[in-house]
Ligand binder design. Sequence first.
Ligand SMILES: [Mg+2]
Length: 242
Amino acid sequence: METKGVKAIIFDLDNTLIDTSGAGVVALQKVGELLKSSLSLDDASIETICNRFKQKLYNEVFNPAMGKNIDQVRSLHWEESIQETVGSCPNESLGSDCYKLWKSTRLQLLTMSPEVQALLKDLRTKYKLLLLTNGETQTQREKVEVSNCEEFFDEVVVGGEQVEQKPSVSIFRLCLEMLGVEAHDCIIVGDSLDTDIQGGLKAHLKATVWIKRAEANESNVIKPHYTVANVLELPQVLAHLN
Ligand SMILES: [Mg+2]
């Protein structure tokens, strides 16, 4: 009777199963140290460079047809952030050195905690599990690989490999098809109201479970069925649903 209500669970990856934001903070600190030693900059300039990089990352629209891969695009973000702050990028390879350090630091920290791994293992005995992550293919596939996520899921879907990403209904339809379940058999768990929750609502899933991070604001428009502080609270939600 355990699975009477829910047959499948779709999970978001970033900031739901792994602490991508926390890893990003540490990665920026590391790059800050590199900039300090290589350019002898003061803390305020380093902060400006890091903030500019974050902004470029946030506004990034990746198009492989432009002839650059994601590594080149992001190395250029660093180079431009340095240039815009100090007037020039004194060392040709500094942008790519910053990027390599930022990327490797971030990836090293993107692991699922033993508690999250145990939760997924347990859920897999009762439910079909699908990982649905938005973003550029190479970046997301690298995260999936380093966090050893794949073995915990029946299916992995990367938004950048599909026609449309979350919150589009089409990608949710694809997930349901892959899982072999109907919308009313499936729930989604994620930290983003705009993509995970809105998408789950538009696709008429049985329930949407919002992982509300400390700094997140509730929305008057997008109302999740359940709100929890941590993915580890999911068993209580499932007990309520089933
Ligand atoms: Mg997320």
